[in-house]
Ligand binder design. Structure first.
Ligand code: MV4
Length: 449
């Protein structure tokens, strides 16, 4: 096992990793920008080191600064959290050159899954069901139109390097193809420096279902069921739950086995998420995330496992502490993302927290780096906390969420808390009857957002 791990992140996820380290008897090193000198992760870690100015580019994204921090402190491994350098293949290669262990997958797996055309081709060959569409990339509008003739409209054109909805364009008919194709290309080029695009059949009302997988890098892999993350606004998730309200045990076992077998085949190491669109009882692979995700706690709640601990174990060459048969679902969990944002437009709302009170009690987990008097800096993303509730079943989780939201106090800045109070009054949320468009539609008609 490692003696010392450096956490190349900030906020609640840095705390999450520090806590796992402490339980494992591993020393933790926090890194921080000058803007984060008073941040909770700096206080909670065993050691802390400043890595640069406020701008992420020059601090949390600075590979030289982070490698230097590792060498100065003698940390043997780096946990990247999510975002920042967590899916940067080049970073992982540089760590290899410096003899530092990356707590996550290999640079090759990150690279393969980071290019969506390659990811889809790889998954298809591994037996994972994919959205019908082009075989690989589409180079010309002519080729795109020919595909339209063959498989019919609506079609969606996606940049292979795309993310966050950028480089994704809908073509409802042949006459929309030229424009959609060129725009997707252009957005791919401008945002990601890659103009390669591919095409898929457009699914009109799917759910976003993602399967949590975990591998030991030596041919063993398991799945930890699904999360339903359909409730999103502008490609930002706001409410996630496990298990998915629309997924029955047989369906879960079938798609879970397919995903676990695929990961075993490629000797995947650590945590991963395989994203699907789910429509009319069918799964269609869209992308894979090679990191621990923001919403991992709902999976931890229902399976009773510590995913960060397991990531650290396999990275150190220690066996995973469970087999597929040990992984049994207990109850239902929901996470809501508390963002420092002003409704109805969700505009970022940094500033000083005048009062913070975290909810507690049975089945309540609050992952947050907030404290009374903390000033949320304006340089980073607006997530300031995650409230995770766990109950014996979905209705119990929902009433626990309602109760916990009532206890939660975040004063001094606007937050997304009122959104969740409102959502808990919606019949479709209470019954689990929603798809990927439900939230945006509801916001349009209810918050004039
Ligand atoms: C799609 C789709 C419909 N059909 N692909 C959005 C971002 C990227 N991760 C994939 N996305 C979508 N891909 C096909 N073939 C609809 C979306 C989509 C979406 C997906 C998941 C969650 C929310 C979404 C909101 C709008 C569009």
């Amino acid at each position: 096992m490692f003696d010392k791990i450096l956490i190349a992140n900030r906020g609640e996820i840095a705390l999450r990793v520090i806590r796992a380290c402490r339980e494992m008897g591993v020393q933790s090193v926090a890194v921080h920008s000058t803007a984060d000198a008073d941040a909770m992760h700096v206080r909670m870690a065993d050691e802390a080191i400043c890595i640069g100015p406020p701008s992420s580019t020059d601090s949390y994204l600075s590979i030289p600064a982070i490698v230097a921090a590792c060498e100065i402190t003698g940390a043997q491994a780096i946990h990247p959290g999510y975002g920042f350098l967590s899916e940067n293949a080049r970073f992982v290669e540089i760590l290899e050159d410096h003899g530092i262990t990356f707590i996550g997958p290999t640079s090759e797996h990150i690279r393969v899954m980071g290019d969506k055309i390659t990811a889809k081709d790889t998954m298809k060959k591994l037996g994972v069901p994919c959205v019908p569409g082009s075989e690989g990339g589409v180079a010309t509008v002519e080729e795109a139109k020919a595909l339209g003739e063959e498989i019919g409209y609506p079609l969606i054109i996606k940049a292979t390097a795309g993310g966050g909805g950028k480089g994704m364009k809908l073509a409802k008919s042949a006459d929309e193809m030229e424009q959609a194709f060129q725009t997707a290309r252009q957005e791919g080029k401008v945002n990601f420096g890659n103009d390669e695009v591919y095409i898929e059949k457009y699914l009109g009302k799917p759910r976003h279902i993602e399967i949590q997988v975990f591998g030991d890098g030596k041919g063993k892999a398991v799945h930890l069921g699904e999360r339903d993350c359909s409730l999103q606004r502008r490609h930002q998730k706001v409410f996630e739950e496990a298990p998915g309200p629309a997924i029955d045990p047989e369906t879960r076992a079938r798609i879970g086995r397919i995903c676990a077998d695929a990961m075993a085949d490629i000797n995947y190491i650590g945590a991963g998420t395989i994203e699907f669109l789910y429509e009319d009882g069918e799964f269609f692979f869209i992308e894979m995330n090679t990191r621990l995700q923001v919403e991992h706690p709902v999976t931890e709640a229902i399976f009773g496992v510590d995913l960060v601990r397991e990531q650290i174990r396999v990275a150190a060459g220690v066996d995973m502490s469970f087999d597929q048969d040990d992984l049994v679902i207990n109850g239902h969990a929901i996470e809501v993302r508390i963002n420092a944002e002003k409704l109805p437009n969700f505009s970022p709302c940094p500033g000083k927290i005048t009062q913070y009170h975290a909810p507690g009690g049975l089945g309540v987990r609050m992952d947050s780096a907030l404290y009374d008097g903390y000033s949320i800096p304006p340089y980073y993303d607006s997530l300031i906390g995650k409230l995770i509730v766990h109950g014996r079943n979905r209705p119990e989780a929902l009433s626990r969420l309602n109760r916990a939201l009532g206890e939660l106090i975040v004063d001094g800045v606007d937050t997304t808390i009122p959104l969740f109070d409102a959502l808990l009054g919606q019949k479709d949320i209470l019954t689990g009857d929603y798809d990927i468009h439900w939230l945006e539609h509801w916001l349009e008609t209810n918050l004039q957002g």
